[in-house]
Design a protein around this ligand. Structure first.
Ligand SMILES: Cc1cc2nc3c(=O)[nH]c(=O)nc-3n(C[C@H](O)[C@H](O)[C@H](O)COP(=O)(O)OP(=O)(O)OC[C@H]3O[C@@H](n4cnc5c(N)ncnc54)[C@H](O)[C@@H]3O)c2cc1C
Length: 275
C-alpha cells in the first residue's frame, strides 16, 4: 500500500468537502492534483484538469500579483477587465466541473511521498495548524512577488502611477511625460521601449548609468533624456506627486517566488546555479 494520509482526517480539520471518488487506477491519494495558487495560471490548470475528470484541489492563498491594477490589458476578449472580475469569471466557468474544488488555503510545504506528494496547508485567513492532504501530482502556480527598489512613495502607486509593463499599461499613459527608473542594460532597454509610447521620456538611473556609449547614443537619438543624479529622497517622489501631466515611472524590479514556498524554490534555483 502506498503511504498516504486518509482523506477524511485532512478534510475534517479544514472543513473541505470530501474529494470526489477517483476514476483512474494507481496509488491512492486524496486528490489527483493539488494546484497551489488560484490566479490566472492556477485556474487555467484547474480548468484543463477538470475537463480531464481529474480530482483537483486548488489552494487559493490570497490576492493575485496584479490585484492593485484597475484593469487587465492586452488579453483578447477581456481588455480592461478588473483582475478580480477576471478571476470571478474563471471561477464561474469552473463551476460545472464538479471534480474541481477551490479552497482558501495557503500551502506551507510540499514533500515527496511514495506514489505522490504530501501537501501541508493552512487556512489562508489565519495561521492555524497545517493540515496535510495527499496528491498524485502538484502544480505550482504561485506567481511571483515584486521586490521594490528603495523609492519612497512608489509602493503606494504600484499598478496605477507606477507601472511595470508598457505593453500592459503603456497605452493608457501614451503621449504623457514618462519616467523610467533603471540603469544598465535593463534601464537602457526599457528607456528605448517606453519611448514608443511617448516623445517625453526621462531615464532616472539613480546613480551611475552603467550604459555603454553606443547605448547612450541610441537613447539620445530616440530623444530619451537621462538623469544620473542620486537624489533618492526627492527625485522620484517629486515626479510622482506632480498632478497633471502625470509622469509614471515604469520601474525595473526583481521578482521572486512567494512566501516560504517561493523562498524554497528560489533557494533551489540558486543552489542549482539558476536565477
Ligand atoms: C500591477 C500589475 C499589472 C499587470 N497588468 C497586466 C495586464 O494588464 N495584462 C497582463 O497580461 N498581465 C498583467 N500583469 C501580469 C499578471 O498579473 C501576471 O502575469 C499574472 O497575474 C500571472 O498569473 P499567475 O497565476 O501566474 O500569478 P498570480 O496572479 O500572482 O497568482 C498566484 C496566486 O498564487 C497564490 N499563492 C502564492 N503562494 C501560495 C501558497 N503558498 N499557497 C496558496 N496560494 C499561493 C497567490 O496568493 C496568488 O493568488 C500585471 C502585473 C502587475 C503586478
Amino acid at each position: 500500500m502506498p503511504a498516504t494520509r486518509s482523506a477524511p482526517a485532512a478534510t475534517d480539520q479544514l472543513a473541505l468537502p470530501a474529494p470526489r471518488p477517483r476514476r483512474s487506477r494507481g496509488p491512492q491519494a486524496d486528490y489527483d492534483v493539488v494546484v497551489v495558487g488560484a490566479g490566472a495560471a492556477g485556474l487555467s490548470a484547474a480548468l484543463t484538469l477538470g475537463r480531464a475528470c481529474r480530482r483537483v484541489l486548488v489552494c487559493d492563498g490570497g490576492p493575485p500579483r496584479n490585484a492593485p491594477s484597475p484593469g487587465v490589458h492586452a488579453f483578447l476578449t477581456r481588455d480592461g477587465t478588473p483582475p478580480a472580475e477576471l478571476l470571478r469569471l474563471a471561477r464561474e466557468q469552473l463551476r460545472p466541473y464538479e471534480t474541481v474544488q477551490i479552497q482558501p488555503l495557503r500551502v506551507t510545504a510540499v514533500s515527496r511521498q511514495r506514489g505522490g506528494f504530501c501537501v501541508s496547508a493552512v487556512a489562508a485567513s489565519d495561521e492555524g495548524p497545517a493540515v496535510p492532504v495527499t496528491a498524485r501530482r502538484v502544480v505550482l502556480c504561485t506567481g511571483v512577488v515584486d521586490e521594490w527598489p528603495p523609492l519612497p512613495g512608489a509602493a503606494a502607486l504600484w499598478g496605477r502611477g507606477v507601472l511595470h509593463c508598457p505593453y500592459c499599461h503603456g497605452w493608457e499613459v501614451r503621449d504623457q511625460p514618462l519616467a523610467v527608473y533603471g540603469r544598465g542594460k535593463t534601464g537602457y532597454g526599457l528607456g528605448l521601449l517606453v519611448s514608443r509610447w511617448s516623445p517625453d521620456v526621462v531615464l532616472l538611473t539613480d546613480g551611475p548609468a552603467g550604459i555603454t556609449p553606443h547605448g547612450l547614443a541610441r537613447l539620445r537619438a530616440q530623444g530619451v533624456r537621462r538623469l544620473d543624479r542620486q537624489e533618492r529622497p526627492n527625485l522620484p517622489t517629486r515626479h510622482l506627486r506632480r498632478r497633471r501631466p502625470r509622469p509614471r515611472p515604469a520601474t525595473s524590479h526583481h521578482r521572486g517566488g512567494r512566501g516560504e514556498l517561493g523562498r524554497h524554490q528560489a533557494q533551489r534555483r540558486a543552489d542549482e546555479g539558476r536565477v
